[in-house]
Design a protein around this ligand. Structure first.
Ligand code: FE
Length: 339
């Protein structure tokens, strides 16, 4: 007996329902959502490539870390975000502390990301490295005059030093790393020395700080390498050069841009696969290179522009310590009069 049209429709819709439930069906594209502090032009080319290679769509919003962490807290289990991608260990540590991340155990990430560039509790993984180093006027200063971060506190630098504001997490992490390495008392002495040597009030960003050197207001400053790289890309003859301090002891302060799985991720496996891909040689060159950073994965070489700045010994302290000492660093800079 032939099936009645009504039964046929019921059967077809049951089959369609089953097909809709199966995640192997490509009728429904998998979507991952990323909350990113990293700017769109640094992430979109990678996400586009990932979609091309895997069919997984990556949606994202960009904002500063504080706003993204607050948003994750406010959204709670309703958040669409699977991944938080941010810069500076201070922010990653804050995200972990505010419980918006969940631990992620991945042998791939553990292999690709060195232990000192990821959280002990597997809440986040560094994906690129930036150095916060010295930059100086190549017209007015001989690099043989430079040696360490500590030396910038010496009275010989009176009126020759420019700094970015202590409100920026990059400087908070730098000072936190000095507390970890040198102790609080010694670090406070150094920061007071820096303040005494300032040529002008601290600047709001690294670019303005370097522009002040070019304008002749000061001769030396502390900046993240990629900001120097951007200026240099626009003007190859820029009268500035990088200097790697502390090469005889602890090395140059480095920090990371990194990511973790959100506490309420709806697609944890798919998000993990994206993070693993971002840490892989296939993605690392672009992830770091687009921002003139160093790949976190040590099997990948930095771009040629970045290699041209020369080799240096980085401080291999676990970057997490800088996060843990963030609040202590902020109080110390405040006491020392560093605004
Ligand atoms: Fe930056």
């Amino acid at each position: 007996m032939p099936a009645s049209p009504v039964r046929l429709i019921a059967l077809l819709s049951a089959l369609l329902f089953i097909a809709g439930c199966s995640d192997s069906g490509d009728s429904e594209r998998k979507v991952i959502t990323v909350y990113s502090e990293r700017a769109e032009h640094l992430i979109k080319p990678l996400f586009d490539r990932y979609t091309e290679e895997t069919g997984v769509e990556v949606r994202y919003i960009t904002d500063n870390a504080g706003a993204l962490i607050q948003r994750l807290k406010a959204e709670g289990p309703n958040t669409p975000a699977d991944i938080l991608l941010t810069v500076d260990v201070g922010n990653l540590w804050q995200a972990e502390n505010e419980e918006v991340l969940r631990p992620l155990e991945s042998s791939v990430l553990a292999r690709n990301v060195p232990a000192h560039l990821r959280s002990d509790t597997q809440h986040w993984y560094g994906l690129s490295v930036r150095a916060r180093t010295l930059v100086y006027s190549s017209e007015r200063l001989d690099p043989s005059e430079l040696s360490t971060y500590e030396d910038l506190a010496d009275p010989k630098w009176q009126g020759r030093l420019c700094l970015r504001t202590s409100r920026k997490v990059y400087n908070q992490s730098l000072v936190a790393s000095m507390i970890e390495r040198l102790g609080e008392e010694r670090t406070e002495e150094i920061v007071r020395g820096w303040v005494d040597n300032l040529a002008t009030q601290p600047y709001s960003n690294d670019n303005a700080t370097m522009e002040a050197i070019i304008a002749g207001q000061c001769d030396v400053a502390i900046v993240n390498t990629y900001y120097f790289g951007r200026l240099q890309r626009n003007n190859p003859d820029i009268p500035l050069a990088l200097f790697w301090p502390n090469q005889g002891d602890r090395g140059v302060h480095i920090n990371v841009s990194g990511a973790g799985l959100t506490r309420h991720a709806k697609q944890p496996e798919a998000a993990q696969a994206l993070l693993e891909w971002l840490s892989s040689p296939a993605a690392q060159r672009d992830f770091a290179g687009l921002n003139q950073e160093y790949p976190a994965n040590s099997s990948v070489e930095p771009s040629e522009e970045v290699q041209a700045w020369g080799d240096f010994i980085p401080d291999d302290m676990n970057v997490e310590a800088a996060g843990q000492r963030q609040a202590q660093a902020i109080r110390l800079m405040d006491r020392a009069g560093y605004r």
